[in-house]
Design a protein around this ligand. Sequence first.
Ligand code: ATP
Length: 274
Amino acid sequence: MIPIPETRPGDGSQAEADKQWMIRFDKVVKRFGDVTVLRELDFHVKPGEHVTLIGPSGSGKTTILRLLMTLERVTSGTIYVDGQCLSHMRRGDRLVPADERHLRRIRKKIGMVFQQFNLFPNMNVLRNITEAPVRALGVPREQAEERARELLEMVGLADKALEHPSRLSGGQQQRVAIARALAMDPEVLLLDEVTSALDPELVAGVQNLLRDIARSSNLTLLCVTHEMQFARDISHRVLMFDKGRIIEEGPPEQIFNEPTQQRTRDFLQAVLNT
Ligand SMILES: Nc1ncnc2c1ncn2[C@@H]1O[C@H](COP(=O)(O)OP(=O)(O)OP(=O)(O)O)[C@@H](O)[C@H]1O
């Protein structure tokens, strides 16, 4: 198992305190209409830490990732990424609502891999990987292509650079999506049920790739999965969610071998029996 990263040394200031965490949720509430999905949620993820969210369907796990990607906005509370607040920014000594430029700066730190791959169907594999670095980061195309080819090598698809996604298996498409997320050189990688749309025989390959990435990089990982063995393998810490709250958290051995909450025991039994 990879050692849990040490908390960064700080100078005691609030700004430094904020930077101790790569991700911080502070009393986050999210409602959709009159449905409250997240209830005053507090949690922190250290730089380089791998955290997995588990819990029943509808408990709010994907919503957390979508809030981090700013695909949704909080109803109340605050989210920080690497010490930067997602809803406000500093202008002089005032706090003002975050503008698009501020959000783009934060989003650049985060890569996300979705359940449904979300590749651009009209672009070949190489273009799928280079598009965002070229357009959003201004990386010269030649340099982006060189990096994309390295990443394709890493995910085992060096020979597929010029194929279109529709010619690839689901497992291969998901590998391209992983390469695409890494091409932005993110500090945080969000994984949302990345193997649940795959045929069973393709799951192990994608999971092994992610295990290798988790082992060999300094990325901060936040992962939502129903695959408990995968959660056990890649996580430093597992958070058990129920009804928009964390009801139990701890290292995987503790959560999976000795859960303290009846709700966690019931959930694990139900998942492990399916
Ligand atoms: N855009 C939306 N509009 C209305 N309701 C939403 C929206 N997005 C999510 N919800 C609701 O929020 C709740 C939490 O959804 P979320 O996808 O975060 O759960 P989850 O724990 O990830 O579930 P699953 O394990 O099934 O993916 C669900 O009841 C869902 O129907």
